[in-house]
Design a protein. Structure first.
Length: 381
C-alpha cells in the first residue's frame, strides 16, 4: 500500500504506513540510510520534547488552535515514549546542518497527529509539518537545544553511575583493607593491602572526574538560554523554555541565564573533555584491576577479585579508549566548524552522545560486578 505526496519538485509515492513525508524521503535518498551516523535515541526524544514545548507555548500565546496544539502534543509524547523510531530515516551525514532531521521529526509528528484526527497522512492542508509543528522555529536552533537536552540527561545518568561505582570501590577497599597481613608484606604488589590502596586512589580520581562532568553539565544546562529555544520570537522562546523544563524533566537549572558565554560548540567540547578526563581515570583503574588479577594467585589469601569483575573492567577499559578517541575527533570537528556558523558538526553530536551512553553502560556494569562479588563473599561468611 502506498500514498502519494507532492511538493515543488513533483509527486512521490511513500509507504502508506510511514509517518515521514516527501521532504524526508528526498533527503534520505542523498546518502543510503545507515551509511553514516545514525541519530541517537535520546536525541529523537529531546527533539520531540522541543516540539511539544513549542506547541504548548503557541497554545498559551494563541498562535496555534487548541485542537492542533493538543494533537501535536499527543503525537510528540508518543515519540518521547520511544515510538516511531523506525520512521527516522535520515542520519547526520545526509544533512550536516540538521535541516533534514528536523523535518523528519516534523513530518512524523504531523502525520501521526493527522492520524489521530482520523485524517489521511499527507493531508497537510489540515495540519502541516512546517506551518504548525515547526511554527516559528529554525532547524539550527531546534537541533542545538535538543542536543543540549539530550547531552544533559545522559550526563546526569553517567554521574549517577560513577557515584555508584565510587561507593562500590570504597566498600571493597574497606573490606579488603581490614584483612590482617604478615609483617613486611603490606607494600608488596598483588597483596590485598596494596590493592586496597589502589582502590582508594581510584575512587579519589573518579570523584574528581565526576565533579568535572557535573560542572560541565551545569554550564551546558545554563547555555540553553543562548539557543533561544530554536524560536524566532523572544516571547514564544521564553514560554517554550518554561514548558521544556517540565516536558524534558531537566529541572530549573535549564535556562537560568548563566550560560551566555557558552556559544556554538563550547558547551559540547567542554562536556566531552570532562568525559575524556573520566575515561583516563577509568583506564588507570582498569589497569590496576588487570595487574591485581595477574598477581592475585601469588598472594597467600582468599580470592579478593573475581573473574566477573575482571571481565567488566576489561570491557570498561575498551570503552574508555573509545571515549578518548571520540573526544579527539570531536575536538577536530568543533575546531574546523561548518560553512553555516549556526550548524553543529555531525561528529560533535554523534560522538558526544555515543560517548556518554557507552561510558554510562560500562561504569554501571562494572559497579554491578563489584557489588555482586561483595554480596557473594558476604553470603559465604
Amino acid at each position: 500500500m502506498i500514498r502519494i505526496e507532492q511538493d515543488g519538485l513533483g509527486a512521490r509515492a511513500l509507504p502508506s504506513h510511514a509517518y515521514y513525508g516527501i521532504r524526508t524521503l528526498r533527503a534520505s535518498e542523498k546518502v543510503p540510510h545507515g551509511a553514516g551516523m545514525p541519530i541517537h535515541g535520546e536525541l529523537m526524544k529531546a527533539l520531540a520534547c522541543v516540539k511539544k514545548a513549542a506547541a504548548l507555548a503557541h497554545l498559551e500565546s494563541g498562535t496555534l488552535p487548541a485542537r492542533i496544539s493538543g494533537l501535536i502534543v499527543k503525537a510528540a509524547e508518543e515519540v518521547i515514549a520511544g515510538q516511531h523510531a523506525r520512521d527516522i530515516v535520515v542520519d547526520w551525514l545526509q544533512d550536516p546542518t540538521g535541516e533534514s532531521l528536523n523535518m523528519n521529526v516534523n513530518e512524523i509528528i504531523a502525520n501521526r497527529a493527522l492520524e489521530l484526527m482520523l485524517e489521511d497522512k499527507g493531508s497537510y492542508s489540515i495540519l502541516d509539518p512546517v506551518r504548525h509543528v515547526n511554527r516559528g522555529q529554525s532547524a539550527n536552533g531546534v537541533i542545538a537545544i535538543a542536543l543540549r537536552v539530550a547531552s544533559h540527561r545522559l550526563a546526569e545518568r553517567l554521574i549517577r553511575s560513577v557515584d555508584q561505582l565510587i561507593g562500590a570501590l570504597v566498600a571493597k577497599k574497606t573490606e579488603i583493607g581490614s584483612r590482617p597481613m604478615p609483617e613486611g608484606h603490606q607494600e608488596q604488589p598483588g597483596t590485598p593491602a596494596w590493592f586496597s590502596r589502589r582502590l582508594d586512589e581510584g575512587a579519589w580520581q573518579l570523584e574528581s572526574g565526576m565533579e568535572r562532568i557535573a560542572a560541565a553539565n551545569a554550564r551546558l544546562a545554563a547555555s540553553l538560554t543562548t539557543t533561544n529555544a530554536g524560536m524566532e520570537d523572544e516571547a514564544i522562546a521564553s514560554k517554550t523554555l518554561s514548558h521544556l523544563r517540565n516536558t524534558a524533566q531537566i529541572g530549573e537549572s535549564i535556562g537560568d541565564g548563566n550560560g551566555a558565554a557558552e556559544r556554538n560548540n563550547e558547551a559540547f567540547t567542554r562536556l566531552s573533555s570532562a568525559v575524556r578526563h573520566l575515561a583516563l581515570n577509568l583506564s588507570n583503574l582498569c589497569s590496576d584491576i588487570r595487574l591485581a588479577a595477574s598477581l592475585q594467585n601469588l598472594a597467600d589469601s582468599p580470592e579478593w577479585i573475581s573473574g566477573k569483575e575482571v571481565a567488566a573492567s576489561e570491557a570498561l577499559g575498551q570503552i574508555a579508549f573509545q571515549a578518548i578517541g571520540f573526544d579527539h575527533s570531536l575536538g577536530l570537528a568543533a575546531e574546523a566548524g561548518m560553512l553555516d556558523p549556526g550548524a553543529i558538526p555531525p561528529v560533535v553530536a554523534y560522538n558526544l552522545l555515543e560517548s556518554l551512553t557507552m561510558m554510562d553502560k560500562g561504569v554501571e556494569a562494572f559497579a554491578a560486578a563489584i557489588q555482586s562479588h561483595a554480596e557473594r563473599r558476604a553470603s559465604c561468611r
